[in-house]
Design a binder for this molecule. Sequence first.
Ligand code: C2E
Ligand code: CA
Ligand code: CA
Length: 734
Amino acid sequence: MNDNLNENLEHYNNEPSLHINDQNLINSLLPHYENTDIGIWCFEIDTENYSVMSRGIEYISGYPKEALENEIEWTSLVHPEDLPKFLENNKYLESGKISRQQYRIIDKHGRVKWLQDFTIPTIDTNGRLIKIDGITSDITEQKLMEEKLKFLSEYDPYTKLPNRRKFFNALETRFHKYEDKNRKFAVMTIDMDRFKFINDTLGHEIADELFKEVASRLNNLLSPYDLLARYGEDEFAILIDTIESIESITTIAERMINAFKEPFYIENYQLYATANIGVSTFPENGNNSIELIRNANLALYKSQKAGKNKYHIISHLSSIQSFKSFSLGRDLKKALENNEMVLHFQPRVDAFTNEIISAEALIRWNHPEWGIISPIEFLTIAEENGFIEDVDNWVLNEVCHQMKLLKERQILTVPISINISAVHFSVYNWQEKVASIIEDYGIDSKDLEFEITESLLLNNDDSVQHTLNALKSLGIKIVLDDFGTGYSSLSYLTHFPFDIIKIDKSFTQNMVINEKDLFIVKSIIFMAKGLNIKVVAEGVETLEQLKLLKEEQCDEIQGYLFSKPVPIEEFISLLKKKSLKPLDPSVKGAENKRKYNRIELPYPLEAEMRLVSFAGQSLQLGKSHALIQNVSIGGLRCITNLNLPVRGDIHLQFDTEILDQAIRLIGKVIWKEEMKEDLFVYGIEFVQNDEKQPSFKILLDQLNDELKKENGVFLKKMIKGDITVYFNKQKKFF
Ligand code: C2E
Ligand code: CA
Ligand code: CA
């Protein structure tokens, strides 16, 4: 309130003084003001008397004019909270300055009123204050309206909880609230399941009551400094003012999830709700409000993927990954418009003749900043953002378009298979849309195959079956993809009209080492033969796998052994060959591309890796892990499971210790190789200034000497064992 007072106090230093000292004028004005909320008065300093006081003052204060003139001091009416400021402001009058201020009084009936004073001092030739003229108006109504507006702009009118705006402002303020800027805090976003359902079926009064009940349960778990807000129709956001550790936030999140387990009693209803919680923390997950909220939402999304009543705290190690996911999410819509998507084609060959039978169209995103992005990375984002239909439609159109071009160029082609997401099966009359696209391009529908996964078959059999039959009657072949991974039920094979099943690559790859997997592969092939369904083995990488599959009479093979997915022009040259030879599966290692002598480390050195700038933009993100394999004065080679593009304007910072000395190295990615799925090797060239180099050079020389001595002092910080095992173990943190 005092702030208000301050804001509203103005001093008119330069204004020509308006002196209401013509008594006749005042007296003639008075009658006009007698019945209003405005009081006009004139106070004589010497006699301590009001020479003028209009009736308005009576209305405002509730006291009769006479009482105010003789017994009651005006200051005694001023609200105690506003009094010090009021007195201080009045002091200005002594120096002859006009003042305007707003303050509260308590009137005769005990009511609080907001007043505005406009006061004009009169100074004599000696500079002495002799008289004060004033206009006092009752602005209570206006103030109430202002407060109401402020409330409406900051609170949800139904539940009276702080709203999104208030939350955002509180979060902004939190960054500067404490002197200790490193005090950790957290942002939580909570999504309530079933809220929309309850809203639709029982009405919004019940739903709002439920929301309030939930809010009060959550509030009980919070400290008075935390802020719980209604962030969306069925969403809460919480600012946890201070957190001690990740464990403390885990405890809060667990208690919150538990708070949803008991039913809510609203009127005559016993209601159940579930929730998902996403948490991001400062400073690890962002240094501004937008980033923290985004990361909390990303965590929320991850928790939703894990099921109902789950929470997810954005890992401190995954900031680079989440930064990437967010930029991908942000850019996805544009990507389709800007033609940044490309199709690669991977041939499927006859297991015995090696002839190309078909090919799978696999999408890639050629992102202007991140380079080629795998569908695994962006399809979940597309699903989340509701773009998956657009993506798949683009693929269907593009496949048809490419087939048309091949036809025009008179290149003999093979049927192309397309991956279809489950969402299409809930699009009304989707098969008709497909039919019209095919017709527009003048493509033979027999040249198309649609791949679906088992998860689709779990629900609503009837409509799915109907759509599949309709597609099949168009002439499109239906492929059951990733067979064996999901909810495999053999009955699917007889209920649905599959032409082809694809054995998932996890079986193909494990069957050589695991007898059970081999048995599954054998059974699938055996069964499919009996049902007259063709079998394709996916992910075939070695001659040994090929041999086993041939022994079992597997029909077709798809995998790196014959070809990786390739761009259209390369695919055309494969088509021209008609049949493919299995490739030599020996893998090339990453070469040494640096000009300096490198030190090969006997065990990889663990480092904290941070993305410090990206495309000219400086970033402050949390750390990820990397393992340094070798290092020289000019650069290093490391392994991480982050997929980063090769570009000069990505600067990575590595913090590690060599011989008990903490070092920080900054460099750019100059080459990259995929080691395994989700594991990448990078060549880094240092970019930091050369001044630091002499000491780093000395350190490297020392390291070299130690290594020669093989006394292993420096191994303190190093990780023993197999890198892959290390990463597999760590995977859950990324
Ligand atoms: P999928 O349908 O199982 O596709 C096969 C995946 O296995 C492809 O990964 C392919 O590159 C990879 N692969 C093929 N041969 C080998 C091999 O010998 N070894 C190994 N390790 N991998 C091999 P990709 O292209 O990354 O696609 C991943 C998944 O993304 C696909 O799995 C599919 O589910 C989805 N996807 C790809 N393109 C599209 C699309 O256009 N639309 C939709 N909805 N999904 C797509
Ligand atoms: Ca597929
Ligand atoms: Ca597959």
